[in-house]
Design a protein around this ligand. Structure first.
Ligand SMILES: NC(=O)C1=CN([C@@H]2O[C@H](COP(=O)(O)OP(=O)(O)OC[C@H]3O[C@@H](n4cnc5c(N)ncnc54)[C@H](O)[C@@H]3O)[C@@H](O)[C@H]2O)[C@H](O)CC1
Ligand SMILES: [K+]
Length: 500
């Protein structure tokens, strides 16, 4: 799933018009028809009033077509032309003429006095600006946006919430539509995946408008979505004659007094994610807890209450380092020596990351293709503060390239960066913001590494699977509140079944 830039979307439009021998008006009709179908399926009540607010460009044109289709099918529609510019796009003009021919209710909004009265229960279709917005809406257009946001009506944005920019941060927060639903064309837009925009973009839906396949396949994108289709592409089906030795030996290193649970979760997750063998290397104080809760997992121990020697005998295929590790001075010293000389592929999480951040030289010693799994605070410790989401993405790309590693920046739409590209994970929900969730993720990714997936594949698949456990759990027995890290482990089997 590619995430195209606005420039690429305009190019894809042109390629489609050429290869399918259609006019831009026909492409607009197709796009608006897809919106219309979605809208009437979701809101079939014909007594409801639709306020369709149309700008003067092609986004406005989409709105005009939606107005016409709703009217033709017996819905109540009031179309408002938001007169912010003298210039009207060609397809806007064509579709305005068609609507006027139908004797539709169309009014011009050129100032506050023309604003519609929007009642509770009405629906606003926002077709004011799409991806062509150049500067923050001002004057009466801004005031109208505020009026719409303050109404009690539901808001459906066509393609893009008006006022949001496609490649930069919002400058005037009061001049952006806060949409309940956004119906976007062909590909997700980067702006939808950034936490700074969460007030404007809530539920969004990609509608297929049949853009040129060759263009889409060949477009070179910096940003991608990681969905079931992508992950199915490299998921390895197990062969009949395979044995536990075929699936590697994961070693989880971590734990300290009071934080042994992190290692119980990580090692159990590694086991359930399919690692052939799983060992843990923990402080002595965790021995009984580990053996009694995870009988399949082998245990080696270090010092009494924290790890400092890192002198395990296990010869692992992959290592997961950091859950519950703590930052005791002796742990830090041991970590620095171990880390620089480690040969097995590694996933580093939690205090492992904090130690790297504290000793900045350590970043230079990160072995190639190591996977780092920071949450935003841990990432900030590694790279310093950023001023907005775009600057954060720049730092993410730069850090992963500079150190030739995979960085998994956790959050909604976890961003996975490798070799100059970023993939946004499309599974998961806020249920995952729960204690131990990151430990489970470390276990899953370690297990995938040990089964022979590359670092990038293990990161993409691990994050996708982890997110999907929460999607399934919430569809069934759990709620966003009740879901726990243990549930994520319990749902792993269900998620794997979706791959075969
Ligand atoms: N393949 C597709 O995705 C298709 C998308 N369609 C729709 O087209 C818009 C993009 O249309 P465009 O005319 O380029 O831009 P907008 O309608 O978003 O912008 C309106 C217009 O206004 C000017 N402008 C920009 N900022 C301001 C401002 N602050 N104040 C005043 N005027 C401003 C700007 O120059 C534009 O001309 C896309 O989002 C889809 O909705 C097609 O319909 C089908 C294919
Ligand atoms: K819009």
């Amino acid at each position: 799933m590619k995430i195209l830039s606005a420039k690429q979307i305009y190019e894809a439009d042109r390629a489609t018009i050429k290869s399918q021998a259609i006019s831009s008006t026909e492409l607009m009709e197709r796009a608006a028809f897809a919106c219309y179908e979605w809208i009437i399926k979701r809101f079939p009540d014909r007594s409801r009033l639709f306020h369709v607010c149309c700008g003067m460009g092609n986004n406005g044109g989409d709105g005009l077509v939606v107005s016409r289709l709703l009217l033709e099918n017996g819905f109540r529609v009031h179309t408002h032309l938001i007169n912010f510019s003298e210039h009207r796009s060609d397809d806007f003009k064509v579709n305005l003429d068609r609507l006027i021919e139908m004797k539709a209710l169309v009014t011009e909004v050129s100032g506050v006095a023309d604003f519609p009265t929007i009642e509770h229960g009405d629906l606003v279709i926002d077709a004011i600006f799409g991806i062509g917005l150049k500067r923050s809406p001002s004057g009466f257009t801004k005031k109208l946006i505020q009026r719409i946001n303050n109404s009690k009506a539901g808001i459906i944005s066509l393609d893009f919430p008006s006022g949001l920019f496609s490649a930069s941060t919002v400058t005037d927060k009061e001049a952006v539509i806060r949409a309940n639903h956004t119906l976007t064309f062909q590909v997700p837009k980067l702006a939808f995946l950034l936490p700074d925009n969460q007030e404007y973009v809530k539920e969004w839906q990609v509608l297929d408008i049949g853009l040129d396949k060759d263009y889409l396949n060949s477009a070179d994108c910096l940003y991608h979505g990681s969905d079931l289709e992508l992950n199915k592409g490299f998921y390895k089906v197990r062969k009949k004659f395979s044995h536990k030795g075929s699936f590697g030996h994961s070693l989880l290193i971590g734990g300290s007094f009071g934080k042994i649970g992190a290692m119980v979760l990580a090692s159990r997750a590694a086991l359930k994610a399919g690692s052939g063998l799983v060992s843990t290397y923990i402080p002595k104080c965790g021995y009984t807890a580990m053996q009694s809760t995870n009988p399949e997992v082998m245990v080696e121990v270090d010092d009494e209450n924290y790890i400092q020697y890192f002198n395990f005998k296990t010869n692992p295929t992959a290592i997961g380092l950091g859950p519950g590790l703590g930052t005791h001075l002796k742990t830090k010293k041991g970590f620095v020596d171990f880390f620089s000389n480690c040969k097995a592929p590694m996933v580093i999480d939690a205090d492992g990351l904090n130690i790297i951040a504290e000793f900045s030289d350590l970043s230079e010693l990160i072995p190639e293709n190591t996977i780092l799994t920071p949450h935003p605070k841990e990432f900030e410790r590694l790279v310093g503060k950023w001023h907005d989401d775009y600057a954060k993405l720049d730092k993410l790309l730069a850090y992963s390239q500079q150190h030739n590693c995979v960085v998994v920046l956790k959050g909604a739409y976890t961003a996975i960066a490798h070799q100059g590209k970023v993939w946004f994970n499309m599974s998961g929900n806020p249920a995952l913001a729960t204690a131990g969730s990151g430990d489970v993720l470390t276990g899953i990714i370690t297990a995938l590494l040990s089964q022979g997936y590359t670092s990038l594949e293990a990161s993409l698949l691990g994050v996708y699977i982890h997110g999907r456990t929460a999607d399934l759990a919430v569809e069934e027995n759990e709620s966003i509140e009740s879901f726990s890290a243990t549930d994520a482990i319990d749902y792993l089997g269900r998620v794997y079944k979706e791959f075969v």
